[in-house]
Structures are given as C-alpha cells and as structure tokens.
Design a protein around this ligand. Structure first.
Ligand SMILES: NC(=O)c1ccc[n+]([C@@H]2O[C@H](COP(=O)([O-])OP(=O)(O)OC[C@H]3O[C@@H](n4cnc5c(N)ncnc54)[C@H](OP(=O)(O)O)[C@@H]3O)[C@@H](O)[C@H]2O)c1
Length: 264
C-alpha cells in the first residue's frame, strides 16, 4: 500500500470518537505519527491499542480538555517531546448543544460554547504554529456545513462554526509568509456519537436518523473514514490550497426543499 502521509507528525483534537477517530485512523493507516486527545481515557486508549497493532504509522493518546488553555499547551509540548516536530494540526474537538431557541439560551452558555468550539481552535493553532512554520506544515479546522447555510434553533453553534471559517481564511493570509497552509472542512451529516446523542434527544431517534439521511442528495450520511480521507487530502496533496473550505456534505446544500416555517 502507498502511504500518503508517511512519517508526518499530526495532532488531532477530539480523536477518540466520531469524525476525529476517522481522521486518526486514516492518517495512521497512511504512515503518520498521530498524537490525539479527548477527555475520556477509555476510548482513546482503546483506539491507540487497536491502531498500533497493525497500521503503517503509529498513534499516541493524551487525556486533555481543549477548553483549558494549559491542557492545549500540554498537548503540543507532549507531541514535540515525542516526535520533535509537528507537520499538521487538526482542530476537531467540538460540541453541538441540544437545539434551543435564542430566547432560551443564556450568555454563559454561548460563552462556554465559543470557548470550546472556537477559542480552542485558536489556541491550539497559536501553540502549534511555531512548530508548523519550521516544517511548512498545515492546519485543518473542522467547521460545519451549517456555518454556511444556518440551522434551526442552533444560533450559538452556527455562530461558532461560521467564525471558524472566517478565522481559517484570516490565518491562511497571516501564515502564508511561513508557507503554512490553513484550510477547513465543513461536514454535513456524518454519523457519529454526537449525531446519535442529538437524535436520541428528539425522542424519536430512528425517524431523526432517517430524516438526517435524506438531507443528502446521496441518501445517506457521511462516514468517519470519508472525513479522514478528506483531511488526508488537504494535509498531504492539496499543496496549492490555502484558506479553502471543503464541503463534505453529500450535496445537502443543493436544490430546493420544504423549508418554510411561517405559521399561518
Ligand atoms: N457529526 C456531524 O454530523 C458533524 C457535522 C458537522 C460538523 N461536525 C463537527 O465535527 C467535530 C466532531 O464531531 P463528532 O460528531 O465527531 O463529535 P463526537 O462524536 O461527539 O466526538 C467528539 C470528539 O471530541 C472529544 N471532545 C469533546 N469535547 C472535548 C474537549 N473539551 N476536549 C477534548 N476533547 C473533546 C470527544 O471525546 P470526549 O467526549 O471523551 O472528550 C470525542 O473524541 C465537531 O467539531 C463537530 O462540531 C460534526
């Protein structure tokens, strides 16, 4: 097998489950040395053991909460201690709160979400950039399709994801002088533990999943592996792409649908 990211060092936040797990897996299968974090140790350690058995590259799990600046510093320092340099940072750890109207959302809830979904991406980039500059590396920020097209009862989440798109472009401008590329991926519906949690909160999970599948022209949700392959493309082959957003959405944003919510 041709290894598309052989011996490259990548940091992936939130790599123990869902989209992050797909990115860790595809990178390791393609020869990368990945350091990934999450808060819960059990899933992270299990994935580390599984991938280190047979894949071409290797991975190392670190328990860390990206809403804490000191934890982010520790993640970057740990990676440099282990491998000496960093070629790629994937900012992925984030959360979609239960759907709620603006009237029912507090300022503190919004501030906490900004801290987790946006400030953590900024801080991980800030602490990784001195190393990425040495290697002409790249950053991949996981945003969301809804950062572009909006979503019902999710104004705070949508705001964090839209801001990630803007920050990606601004950092692409600033870091070009160091030959560091900064890009984003906007997934649409991708089956993950987070998606399952949100479906369960509707009280009719099976119907929510079916509706989620039919949002895409392709009639299904995206997979963790497809997210990993999109990130691998941006990291290893998209050498003339910076400041771009890769829509990974199965065509969910295309065509008209039944969208009016106006009460008669
Ligand atoms: N799934 C989708 O359809 C979809 C669509 C668009 C965008 N996204 C975005 O894609 C990213 C991943 O989503 P997902 O669906 O894969 O979520 P997920 O299934 O909930 O997985 C999230 C991962 O991040 C970790 N994590 C969460 N909070 C963390 C924190 N404070 N510090 C460190 N790690 C943390 C989780 O582990 P622990 O809980 O153990 O910490 C887990 O490994 C998010 O940014 C999300 O907004 C997802």
């Amino acid at each position: 097998m041709f290894h598309r990211y052989l011996n490259k060092v990548a940091v992936v936040t939130g790599g123990s489950k869902g989209i992050g797990r797909g990115i860790v897996k595809v990178f390791v299968e393609n020869g990368a040395k990945v350091v990934f974090c999450a808060r819960g140790a059990a899933e992270g350690e299990a994935l580390q053991a599984e991938l280190n058995q047979s894949a071409a590259g290797s991975c190392s799990f670190l328990s860390c909460d990206v809403s804490q600046e000191e934890d982010i510093k520790r993640l970057i320092a740990h990676t440099v201690t282990l491998h000496g340099h960093i070629d790629c940072l994937v900012n992925n750890a984030g959360w979609h709160p239960p759907h709620k109207a603006t009237d029912d959302t507090t300022a503190d809830e919004f501030r906490d979400l900004l801290n987790l979904n946006l400030v953590s991406y900024f801080l991980a980039s800030k602490y990784a950039l001195p190393y990425l500059r040495q290697r002409h590396g790249n950053i991949i920020n996981i945003s969301s399709l809804v950062g572009t097209i909006g979503q019902k009862d999710a104004a705070t989440y949508v705001a964090t994801k839209g801001a990630i798109l803007s920050m990606t472009k601004a950092m692409a401008v600033d870091e070009s002088r160091y030959y560091v590329r900064v890009n984003s991926i906007s997934p649409g519906n991708v089956m993950s533990p987070l998606w399952l949690d949100l479906a369960a909160q509707t009280g009719a999970a099976a119907e929510a999943i079916k509706a989620g599948e039919s949002n895409q022209l392709m009639g299904r949700m995206g997979t963790e592996d497809e997210c990993g392959l999109a990130a691998l493309y941006l990291a290893s082959e998209a050498t003339f792409c910076t400041g771009v957003d890769l829509l990974l959405s199965g065509g969910a944003e295309l065509n008209y649908g039944f969208k009016s919510q106006i009460c008669s």
